[in-house]
Design a protein around this ligand. Structure first.
Ligand code: 5RP
Ligand code: MG
Length: 218
């Protein structure tokens, strides 16, 4: 199956996010309420986007670190399909989120955001605990400091896929980066600035979809 296209709304207000997503919502598979937007507006953007786009997968990228079940209840009550936990959280926090997710429906899920230092030992523990999705991240700040995608990133992504995870990739992704991952069944491709800040965001989203189809379509 080809990767889904997810767009991260890392806007600083719901007004800006809604103006942005309206332009390309039909061309994408997953709408992400970015961490930046959550800090600005809480879970309200999830509620509004769910009302406007009832059929879409909506991800709440809260990068939760503790109090998993309480955070999960707020995200899923607002209408999130998926939410995120940070990789440094205790596995119990992630399991707490996942348990709450299952009470809202079989499509609800938790993504673990891989940042900084994490190990394959931890990844084994996540898998054993029933977590299924990870997001392989190049952080915005690492990118700004000049870190580009490397063979090491691709190797780690391959290992995570071999372990059975649904692996999503993100972090300043540009269309030309996608070819690096074409050998692997990536679950979602997340783009934020490459689509939101494009001169023509709809065209940018369509170009991402065309490239996904070219690289992964059968
Ligand atoms: C940063 C994030 C972003 O939402 C993600 O990296 C996508 O945005 P961009 O393509 O602009 O990097 O979670 O922590
Ligand atoms: Mg994000």
């Amino acid at each position: 199956m080809k990767p889904k296209l997810q767009v991260a709304l890392d806007n600083t207000s719901i007004t800006d996010a809604l103006i942005s997503v309206k332009q390309y919502a039909d061309a994408i598979d997953v709408i992400e309420v970015g961490t930046i937007l959550h800090v600005a507006e809480g879970v309200q953007p999830v509620r509004i986007l769910r009302a406007l786009y009832p059929e879409k997968i909506i991800l709440a990228d809260i990068k939760g670190a503790d109090a998993g079940s309480i955070l999960a209840k707020q995200c899923y009550d607002a209408g999130a399909t998926w939410m995120t936990a940070i990789c440094s959280a205790d596995v119990e926090t992630m399991v707490g989120m996942k348990k709450v997710a299952s009470t809202y429906g079989p499509d609800r899920d938790v993504q673990i955001e891989l940042y900084g230092d994490w190990t394959f030992e931890q990844a084994k523990a996540w898998k054993s605990a029933g977590l299924e999705q990870v997001v392989y991240h190049r952080s915005r700040d690492a990118e700004a400091a000049g870190k580009s995608w490397s063979d090491d990133d691709v190797d780690k992504i391959a290992q995570l896929i071999d372990m059975g995870f649904k692996v999503t990739i993100t972090g300043g992704l540009k269309i030309e980066d996608l070819t690096l991952f074409k050998e692997y069944p990536v679950y979602c491709v997340i783009a934020g600035r490459s689509i939101r800040d494009a001169k023509d965001p709809l065209k940018a989203a369509q170009s991402f979809q065309d490239e996904i189809q070219r690289l992964w379509g059968s």
